[in-house]
Structure formats: structure tokens, C-alpha cells
Ligand binder design. Structure first.
Ligand code: DGL
Length: 261
């Protein structure tokens, strides 16, 4: 069972930012990554649709024999992970905006959160926000249009810069000292965000924490792939849209393939 792959899915290419953290921490693990780019963005869809798409992705990965599934999408996690955990007998790891560390570390009592509409309007997000940030000025911003630009290969475009400037302005005006990235597409924006934000603003992204949690849960369930020096891990990347954007994010060592799922 430990040789079985870890399944990872996202509404698109963004979850590859999570896959990179997992692969860095667990290089022996075999992985299957699904980018549901045909249906991206999930963030503008209703809860029922997000749940249906999450079920479709999960069942594909379970049928491929995955031993654990990483929901590498804040929108799918905050809307569907409880149902997935209650439906399938396999461990799930999710990702949510890291409000807690930002709220604990802020000195200005002001933090920014950039995420999709689906994440910011979810019950899970409200619960976490109420629990950890009720006394803090939380500037929430829906990142409308960002996922589409990334999916279309316009990551470092002028359009993206203009959009980000508009979204960051109210946060900068409120003197935030932490910006929480609440979408797995957004870590790819870090070079642009660093340029646009004042130097004192710390960017918080949960990718590394997700990788550590994946390792802990695999270990707890005796599912870690035993390290054998001579074995190379097998990493498959599938998208149901044009693979060129995913390929450019993966670089030349890995191959993005088209798959109708
Ligand atoms: N990567 C997804 C997330 O973390 C993007 C959601 C979308 O497709 O809108 O929320």
C-alpha cells in the first residue's frame, strides 16, 4: 500500500505549488496530480457544484489506487472536505487560508486575506476567522480574475499587475503587516506581490504546512513510502485542458499530459 501514489487535485494548475512542497519533503512518494482546468475557476461556483467536482476528482484518484488525497485547493477544501471525509475511507489533507499564524503574529492588528469568493463565503472560513481573528482588522479581498489569468499563461502580465495593485490598495491603506494567500494559485504571484507590497508585509502561504501534515498523516497510517535510494518516484500530471500552462510551471523535469477526466 505504501507504494501507492498520493493523489492531489485542484481546480487547475495552482495546486502544483503544493505538489512542489510535497515532493521536496517526500521525494520518494509516487504522486498523481489532477488539474481540473476545464472547470476552473471553482471560486465563482456554488457549493453544490464545488462538491460535485470534488467528488469527480476524488473518485478518479481513488480508482487509480491513491492511498491518500491532498485537496490542493482552498475553495474545494472549505466547501467539500467534510463531505469527502465522511464519504470515502481514505485520509484527506486539505488547505485553508492561514489566518491563525497571521492573527497571532500581527503587530499592527491588521491582516489581509486574498482568496476566492467560494473560500471567503464558506462556513469553514467564517468559523476559523471568528475563532482566531475576531479582534483583528481583517481586510478580505476576492481575487476575481487572478485564477483565469494564471490558467491562461498570463502570470507575469501587465493585466495581472494592474489587478493586484487594485486588490492590494485597501490592504496597504489599512497598514496590514501580513498578507495571507488563500488560494493555491497565488504562491506563483509572490515575486509580483513582493514588488507591490511595502517591505514590512510578510506573505503567508500554507504550502509547507500542508506537506508536513501529509507526511505526519502518512506516518500515522503506516503509509510512508520506505526510502530506497535506487528507486525514482513516479509523478504524473494530468489536466483536462491545454497542458502548456502546467508544463511551464513544472519545468523540464516533469511532463504535463492531457487527460479527459
Ligand atoms: N487553487 C484554487 C484555490 O486554492 C483556485 C480556486 C478557483 O479555481 O477559483 O482556491
Amino acid at each position: 500500500m505504501s507504494k501507492q501514489p498520493i493523489g492531489i487535485f485542484d481546480s487547475g494548475v495552482g495546486g502544483t505549488s503544493i505538489w512542489k512542497e510535497i515532493h521536496t519533503l517526500l521525494p520518494n512518494e509516487n504522486t498523481i496530480y489532477l488539474a481540473d482546468s476545464l472547470n476552473a475557476p471553482y471560486g465563482q461556483k456554488g457549493k453544490e457544484t464545488i462538491i460535485d467536482l470534488s467528488i469527480k476528482n476524488t473518485e478518479y484518484l481513488i480508482n487509480k489506487g491513491c492511498k491518500l488525497i491532498v485537496v490542493a485547493c482552498n475553495t474545494a477544501t472549505t466547501n467539500a472536505i467534510d463531505l469527502l471525509r465522511n464519504t470515502y475511507n481514505i485520509p484527506f489533507i486539505g488547505i485553508e487560508p492561514a489566518i491563525k499564524p497571521a492573527a497571532l503574529q500581527t503587530k499592527n492588528n491588521a491582516i489581509g486575506i486574498l482568496a476566492t469568493k467560494g473560500t471567503l463565503s464558506s462556513a469553514l472560513f467564517s468559523k476559523t476567522s471568528d475563532m482566531f481573528a475576531s479582534n483583528i482588522n481583517v481586510i478580505e479581498q476576492v481575487g476575481e480574475g487572478i485564477v483565469e489569468l494564471i490558467e491562461n499563461g498570463k502570470l507575469l502580465s501587465n493585466e495581472m499587475k494592474t489587478l493586484l495593485k487594485t486588490y492590494l490598495k485597501p490592504m496597504i491603506d489599512a497598514n496590514i503587516d501580513h498578507l495571507v494567500l488563500g488560494c493555491t494559485h497565488y504562491p506563483y504571484l509572490i515575486p509580483l506581490l513582493v514588488d507591490l507590497l511595502p517591505d514590512h508585509v510578510k506573505i503567508i502561504d500554507s504550502g509547507e504546512a500542508v506537506a508536513r501534515q501529509t507526511k505526519a498523516i502518512l506516518k500515522k497510517n503506516n503509509l510512508l513510502h520506505i526510502e530506497v535510494e535506487t528507486t525514482d518516484s513516479k509523478n504524473c500530471f494530468y489536466t483536462n485542458a491545454n497542458p502548456s500552462t502546467m508544463q511551464s510551471l513544472l519545468g523540464s523535469h516533469f511532463t504535463a499530459e492531457y487527460l479527459d477526466f
